[in-house]
Design a protein around this ligand. Structure first.
Ligand code: ZN
Length: 658
């Protein structure tokens, strides 16, 4: 019993990290092992303790989202992992249906196959032709209401032709190409596309959701008197109402053609721009499926075939240590190049020294490597510890500046924030990043160059640079130097929220920075704020409040802030959010418009939108007047919403339209 309770506690913590915080601390393998052990104990003892995760379908609920009770419960599917298991499932389905034929008239048995996507399941409620609610799956009975978040998924229709009441299930996904782009342009990379999608939708800030540019595919509908009678017709119904449906699906009538489809999907899945981890097989006829009923957990008329995560063996050649912006020292494994899921892998994350110890790693050892839909693969453990392996030593000093390292929890830190080079470079790159001071052209490479060739140690020193200084940098020509100089100058008057992000206050990310700026309006007001006052702002806890206080009372930081101010870096006082209702939207105007183009542009910009001259995938929508030409065509190609100019008054009144 004690062991069971301990396992339950552990799994609940991990669930919270995984589903709620978007930041798992254990590998899937460790999670699975604990979960399987718990289920085994429950079977052996015949007892399921209260709160056991084996009885639930999904994750824990956040407090701050409204709960939504699904009108029709969402079932999860039973899983099969090999050919024999799937064949047995098909045979059982055939027997059940044969039995049903004694009393029912049913069509010949057929199955549909579709991809099983690896994202976040969402439930969309429509009534009278309108999207009126959207929710996560949650426990299957109760989820979280996330309508504003789901509205940012542009491919999900807000209005449809069908007017009956229904709930549509979809999988929300982040494209792998979008993830790659995100990770290339953000400080903190996202671990995988699944967590990215889940984290985006379960985020109270819809601007973050929007920025992740999710897509969705719909695959199920529940309701009364629906106008279709099979899965095949259901897909056609979804398509005719404008729902996004994945182009692949197949209908088969026997096991061998079913297996052929599974092999095809297995071969094709690594070529897709989205994560998939298997195939969903459903009995095509809905009446048959309904008659087949449920076991206590799963419907009998559908099953998921899951592909095994690919695991390969390779040699651990080396471990390299890097120092981040906060001084945290992190190990990375260097591997003999190996192909896994169509990608050549040479690196794997190792979170900290404890991780190395726990996995029993040594240099020269053969290790198991798994890429379970993650961007960076993980080492599961050592396969074989040959005679020639060498132990991995724990660091005592910073690999860069040789200061003595300090242990804090499971991590090690270099406290030399003044002259430890990688820390300075990372800090400067962060300072200049898009969500901070937005200095275009100040890449990591340029930051390193400034440090090396100009001996720049403080971000404030950036503002002392002249074009000639930049021109003297290796590889800098006139135009590049001027552009960077202009970008640095232009960053002097960024809004307070961006300035706060740039400062890199521990615990203060984009969202908290925005909350602080909206509350205090000016830097001086924030500097004077006491811990207690800070905690009155929603979502700021005592720890963050303390970090903020400590930050502003630090002498060295105060000096740096004074220096910034003396050099003309004065963050713009935050305007009330209500004055900038279109903040974050990128709009393109095209065709001949009633209102003068320039006046409309100014009015939109004043309300926070950016108006650009050409349509790209970053465009949120296009306003088209008469005789719109190539921009309109381009928008249609990219699937970007186009509104007629009759929407302009609403837009100017602050309605965001998408
Ligand atoms: Zn150091």
């Amino acid at each position: 019993m004690d062991e069971m309770q301990a396992l339950i506690d552990k799994i609940q913590t991990w669930n919270r990290e995984y589903y709620t915080l978007d930041n798992p601390s254990v590998t899937d393998a460790e999670y699975d092992a604990a979960y399987d052990r718990l289920r085994k104990l429950e079977e052996e003892t015949g007892t399921v303790l209260p709160g056991s995760p084996t009885g639930q379908v999904g994750g824990e609920l956040l407090d701050h989202f409204e709960r939504h009770t699904h009108v029709f419960p969402l079932f999860s599917l039973d899983k099969r992992q090999n050919k024999e298991g799937l064949q047995a499932w098909v045979e059982r389905a055939e027997r059940v249906v044969d039995g049903l034929r004694e009393t029912e008239t049913l069509p010949p048995l057929a199955f549909t196959t579709e991809y099983k996507f690896d994202g976040l399941t969402i439930n969309l409620t429509y009534d009278n032709g309108e999207l009126i609610q959207a929710a996560t799956r949650g426990t299957g009975t109760v989820g979280e209401a996330i309508l504003p978040q789901v509205r940012t998924i542009l491919s999900i229709p807000k209005r449809i032709a069908y007017t009956g009441f229904m709930e549509v299930q979809a999988e929300a996904l982040m494209k792998l190409s979008t993830l790659a782009h995100y990770n290339a342009t953000h400080d903190e990379p996202l671990k995988n596309a699944r967590n990215a999608a889940a984290g985006a939708l379960r985020n109270l800030d819809t601007r973050i959701t929007r920025a992740r540019r999710l897509i969705a595919y719909c695959y199920a509908v529940q309701g009364e008197d629906l106008p279709f009678s099979s899965q095949t017709e259901l897909f056609a119904f979804l398509e005719s109402n404008g729902f996004p449906v994945f182009p692949y699906r197949k209908r088969v009538t026997d096991f061998s053609s079913l297996w052929e489809e599974i092999e095809k999907i297995r071969a094709a899945r690594n070529t897709l721009d989205i994560l998939t981890d298997g195939v969903v097989i459903k009995v095509d006829d809905l009446q048959t499926r309904e008659h087949m009923g449920h076991t206590d957990k799963f419907p009998r008329g559908a099953v998921a075939y899951k592909f095994e995560a690919e695991i390969v063996e390779t040699e651990l050649e080396d471990v390299i240590w890097s120092v981040g912006r906060t001084g945290k020292v992190t190990p990375t494994a260097v591997l003999s190049p190996v192909d896994i899921g169509g990608v050549t892998v040479q690196r794997a994350t190792l979170n900290n020294y404890e991780d190395i110890e726990r996995k029993g790693l040594a240099l020269g050892a053969t290790v198991h490597l798994r890429r379970s839909n993650d961007v960076i693969p993980e080492i599961l453990g050592t396969v074989e510890d040959g005679a020639n392996t060498r132990p991995i030593e724990k660091l005592t000093h910073c690999p860069s500046c040789h200061s003595e390292l300090v242990q804090d929890g499971v991590h090690q830190f270099c406290l030399n924030s003044l002259s430890c080079e990688p820390q300075l470079v990372a800090r400067m790159t962060h300072f200049a990043s898009k969500s901070a001071m937005d200095v275009a052209g100040l890449s990591e490479k340029t930051a390193a160059l400034l440090l090396k060739e100009k001996d720049l140690h403080d971000v404030a020193d950036l503002y002392t640079l002249h074009t000639e200084d930049l021109l003297a940098l290796s590889g800098f020509k006139e135009k590049k130097a001027k552009n960077l100089f202009d970008a640095i100058q232009a960053s002097k008057g960024r809004p307070l929220s961006q300035f706060l992000v740039a400062l890199g206050i521990p615990g203060v990310g984009v969202r908290t920075a925005r909350d602080l700026a909206a509350h205090y309006h000016t830097l001086d007001a924030l500097k004077d704020a006491g811990e207690e006052a800070l905690t009155e702002i929603p979502d700021i806890g005592t720890i963050t409040a303390k970090e903020i206080r400590t930050f502003f009372t630090d002498e060295q930081i105060a000096e740096s802030l004074q220096k910034l101010e003396a050099l003309g870096v004065v963050p713009k006082a935050q305007e009330e959010a209500a004055d900038r209702p279109l903040e974050g939207l990128t709009i393109v105007l095209t065709g001949s418009l009633q209102m003068k183009r320039r006046e409309l542009e100014e009015a939109l910009v004043k309300r926070g939108a950016s108006v650009t001259g050409s349509v790209s995938k970053n465009t949120d929508f296009v306003i088209a007047g008469e005789n719109a030409g190539s921009k309109l065509t381009r928008a249609q190609e990219l699937g970007i919403p186009v509104f007629h100019e009759e929407k302009v008054p609403a837009l100017l009144a602050g309605e965001r339209l998408v």
